[in-house]
Design a protein. Structure first.
Length: 241
């Protein structure tokens, strides 16, 4: 009886992660990756825009749900989805819907990874990992904010790593929501202008975010997010007089 309960407990713990992995596998097995392209949006833009105008609320709900799935299942095409949001709903609403969907999706994979592997890895962690966890935990919001603001690491990796470093859920959600706003609105704005780009027969400049006038303010926000970390280190290193 005890062994059966133990197996059931392990299965329940890994079930959310297994579902996400199964979804990722099914996405490629069904060949859905072929449709997540700007060409698909270009070919169907008139039908999509007409349907969104007639069913705005339903379209917004479907878009958020789809974006949650893209992030939670770590599917390719998040950038195309963000551009699509800007194209269909405009910069402001497209950006807001994307931020909500991305935050919920990132939270889903964070919880799945934390439930399945987080506690187990922390129990078996060596001193180096524990030290990293302690350092990250003391400044979790600041570090998470920097990781979200600056695209140093892939989005899916930033979704997973905090689950293994003991980042509290509230901190993770808040830093994710705030941190992805600048980059999301940059690409939502780019998506908002896709109609003119399509009409001109050209492709959008996806390297826009790396231009100095765009990346500079984002890096400044990231530096500002590190101020509390630097202050704590400075305060801890001061010798009382």
């Amino acid at each position: 009886m005890t062994e059966t309960k133990g197996r059931s407990s392990v299965f329940k713990r890994f079930l959310p992660l297994l579902v996400l992995l199964a979804g990722l596998g099914a996405f490629f097995a069904l060949g859905l990756d072929r449709y997540v392209t700007l060409d698909t949006l270009r070919d169907n833009r008139q039908a999509l825009t007409a349907w969104v105008e007639e069913n705005w609320a339903l379209a917004a709900f479907i878009y958020v749900f789809a974006y949650i799935a893209v992030v939670a299942f770590s599917l390719p095409g998040a950038l195309v989805a963000t551009l699509t949001g800007g194209f269909l709903f405009g910069t402001v609403f497209g950006g807001l819907l994307t931020v909500v969907g991305a935050t919920i999706g990132a939270t889903a994979i964070f919880l799945a990874a934390k439930t399945a592997l987080g506690d187990m890895l922390r129990e078996k962690a060596g001193p180096k990992l524990r030290k990293l966890e302690d350092g990250f935990g003391k400044n979790a919001f600041s570090y998470m904010l920097v990781l979200r603001l600056v695209p140093i690491f892939p989005f899916f990796l930033v979704n997973l790593a905090p689950a293994f470093l003991g980042v509290p859920l509230r901190t993770y959600v808040a830093a994710t929501f705030v941190g992805i706003i600048p980059g999301t609105f940059v690409f939502a704005s780019l998506g908002n202008g896709l109609g003119a780009v399509f009409d001109a027969g050209s492709d959008p400049d996806l390297g826009l975010i790396f231009k100095p006038e765009i990346l500079g303010p984002i890096l400044a926000l990231a530096a500002l997010a590190l101020v509390p970390v630097l202050y704590r280190r400075f305060a801890a290193g001061r010798v009382p007089g």
